[in-house]
Design a protein around this ligand. Structure first.
Ligand code: FAD
Length: 375
């Protein structure tokens, strides 16, 4: 039997759940399809930048996020690969909450808002247009939808199905994440550069320390592909990281890992499928703003989707409205993020940047403001 819905959303991460909550609350028939089952660990710095709090309020989940044990973070500590650093206050209160907890909480909120939310099912194919409607293959089932939103993250098998051009480019970055115990990072986001990358430490619920780093695939190969050896050989060349890892014990049995990370703008549409969050473009992790951007992209797409479903926007106007809003809000931030990432991964630049920020803290506040879309 073929099923019908107004909007089918592929991916139950931040962008997909946020779009599902908003559209279901407005009375549309929404189907949210997520390939994993919850709860599951996920590679991420788990640092929720201050503007996320307003987004959680608007989604009606702020109380649940607090009740889940999110930790307040209001200061930062940056170090260059030689261990020299600077500290300062963040321009607002950020939060630390694991994706293990947050993703499930948002997915349940989407179901609570009235979306048909299905975990453990994979979207394998999408065909159709905004003018004629879509046929979507969810495992072996066919679903018809008037609108399809792709919120399937930085890299999905669906990118191949949709023949997205960014797949042709290879990138040198790999990233890892695990939870640890043994050091006190309460209230602080730590960001420590090492040759070829940087590593963040911050607290999440239950007092666990989330440790997440991005570095070069070459260095991982030189470490025999083993993250523990990578830590010992490369990350611990920063004396602060050497001290941190010396004092910590890993709590999660294994590392989450990803490769082929790209910070390019990938585009707001693949055919007529509208793209949200990392599927459209990911900001460098150093900015700690990817989750806020994913949530914001969902806020940007909802009004044009409503216009389309109500018949006040033609498909072309829908595409234009969302693409324009996305470009205005994110394009400059992504560019700045790429620039900051380059500074973070090169020891001489990282030293210069940390030294400059120590001397002119207001420059740091300005950069943070710009990575949040300020002008
Ligand atoms: C090293 C690193 C550190 C980071 N640290 C931070 C940080 O500290 N703070 C921050 O704000 N951001 C951080 N980010 C960025 C942040 O993780 C992302 O920007 C954010 O997760 C994007 O959300 P999303 O909803 O677009 O995608 P995701 O959260 O990736 O969700 C996509 C979902 O789609 C599902 N999916 C994929 N394909 C299919 C399919 N075919 N069918 C069904 N489901 C599918 C996936 O299983 C996944 O659950 C970091 C990123 C990296 C790489």
């Amino acid at each position: 039997m073929t099923r019908h819905c107004d909007v089918l959303i592929v991916g139950g991460g931040l962008a997909g759940c946020s779009a599902a909550i908003q559209l279901a609350r407005r009375g549309y028939a929404v189907r949210l399809v997520e390939k994993r089952r919850y709860p599951a660990h996920r590679l991420c710095g788990e640092f929720l930048s201050p503007e996320v709090q307003g987004q959680f309020e608007r989604l009606g989940v702020a109380g649940a996020v607090r009740a889940a044990g999110a930790r307040a973070i209001d200061t930062f500590w940056l170090t260059a690969p030689d261990g020299r650093g600077c500290r300062g206050r963040l321009p607002g209160t950020a939060l630390g909450l694991s994706r293990y907890t947050l993703d499930r909480l948002l997915f349940e909120a989407a179901a609570g808002a009235g979306a048909v939310a299905e975990a453990g099912r994979t979207v394998r194919g999408v065909a159709g247009t905004l003018a004629e409607g879509f046929r979507v293959r969810v495992d072996e089932e066919e679903v018809r939808a008037r609108v399809v939103l792709g919120a399937f993250g930085r890299r999905s098998t669906l990118d191949r199905v949709l023949q997205r051009p960014f797949l042709r480019q290879s990138t040198p970055w790999v990233a890892f994440k695990a939870h640890y115990t043994g050091v006190d990072v309460a209230g602080v986001i730590e960001l420590h550069a090492f040759p070829g990358g940087y590593c963040g430490l911050s607290e999440v619920e239950g007092g666990r320390v989330n440790v997440c780093w991005i570095g070069q695939a070459d260095a991982l190969r030189a470490a025999g592909g083993r993250p523990e050896a990578y830590i010992a050989q490369t990350l611990c060349r920063n004396p602060v990281l050497a001290e941190r890892f010396g004092a910590m014990t890993r709590l999660t049995p294994s590392f989450e890992a990803v490769s082929q990370i790209t910070f390019r703008v990938k585009g707001t549409f693949a055919g007529d499928v509208g793209l949200l969050g990392d599927a459209a473009g990911m900001i460098a992790p150093l900015c700690g703003d990817g989750m806020a951007m994913a949530l914001r992209s969902a806020e940007l797409v909802v009004p044009p989707v409503e216009g389309l479903l109500a018949g006040t926007l033609e498909p072309e106007a829908f595409r234009e409205a969302y693409s324009r809003a996305w470009q205005q809000e994110f394009r400059a931030r992504l560019r700045l993020g790429r620039w900051l990432h380059r500074a973070g991964e090169r020891p001489a630049l990282a030293r210069l940047a940390v030294g400059t920020l120590a001397r002119w803290p207001r420059l740091g506040a300005w950069l943070v403001h710009r990575t949040r879309g300020g002008s």
